[in-house]
Design a binder for this molecule. Sequence first.
Ligand SMILES: *[C@@H]1O[C@H](CO)[C@@H](O)[C@H](O)[C@H]1NC(C)=O
Ligand SMILES: *[C@@H]1O[C@H](CO)[C@@H](O)[C@H](O)[C@H]1NC(C)=O
Ligand SMILES: *[C@@H]1O[C@H](CO)[C@@H](O)[C@H](O)[C@H]1NC(C)=O
Length: 285
Amino acid sequence: MNKYYKYIFILLNFILSIKTVKSIYSNSPPDFSFLESTAQTFLSYSYASYCDFDDIKNWTCPTCTHSDVEDFKIVNAVYNSTTDTQAFVGYIGNEVIVAFRGSMDIQSWITNFQFLQIDYPLFPSAKVHSGFYDSWSSVRDQVKQSIDSALTLCGVECNEIKVTGHSLGAALATLAIAEIQGWYTIPSTMYNFGSPRVGDTVFAEYFNKIQPNVIRVTYEQDLVPHVPPEGVMGYHHIPTEVYFSTNTTYKTCDDSGEDPTCSDSTVGYSIYDHLHYFGMHCCCR
Ligand SMILES: *[C@@H]1O[C@H](CO)[C@@H](O)[C@H](O)[C@H]1NC(C)=O
Ligand SMILES: *[C@@H]1O[C@H](CO)[C@@H](O)[C@H](O)[C@H]1NC(C)=O
Ligand SMILES: *[C@@H]1O[C@H](CO)[C@@H](O)[C@H](O)[C@H]1NC(C)=O
């Protein structure tokens, strides 16, 4: 732990120097406007991913009965016990939905959070969080097969793949959509909630180039969007953030990924806020 603090101290100075050159970012915004009702539906999918595997498989889980997701057609739930990673895939109307679960013990996940990075295999010199990448990799094949099946069932009219997740699940959704957008010809989008930083500045810029159509929702004093700290080991959020300063008041943030007037303007001390996006109680309720 001491080693980490030393790292943080040295690199905090580095952050300050990065902030002054922030205007170098020229990322693209999504090609759609943020919709609160869509976000709430995706929060329901994200929260449902925390439910029991068997109850997700037949869509009888507590969150599955929410009116905005009750008509969803589940195709598959996937789980890898080595990494304790869970996700589900299905469709509704003309859209395939992919949702990733966060940690079942968010408090200890935050307490034990490590910053360790690996080289991102898909883009030279980009770095991503090692644990997130391992978790995503452990379900990649199952998720791909499930999306293939969902696309078949959804039919020829199927025209979009939507990816979502909350907390750790938001980080996994980010790594997932970076690859999913390249697997299929139909477009993909993501709404995620309370995401930690997933990779470094090079990753964030690469990600925006291949997939600008994502909304990263942050809420009040949620602490998870503050980890790992900006600039430490180059960590940098992907755009585009939509910051809720109350349950119902939000702003679409700038394209830097680190708009100083959004979540970055808060201290970010609250686990309670992490678990109550828009006043909806996480998880599987
Ligand atoms: C769904 O699965 C759960 C767990 O296996 C089971 O208890 C429940 O009866 C099932 N419900 C339906 C409607 O199939
Ligand atoms: C689960 O994850 C481990 C570690 O990444 C991997 O070796 C294994 O193949 C995965 N299992 C499945 C069924 O994909
Ligand atoms: C809105 O958020 C507050 C916490 O800031 C919470 O106490 C309240 O119940 C929420 N309201 C609704 C309608 O969800």
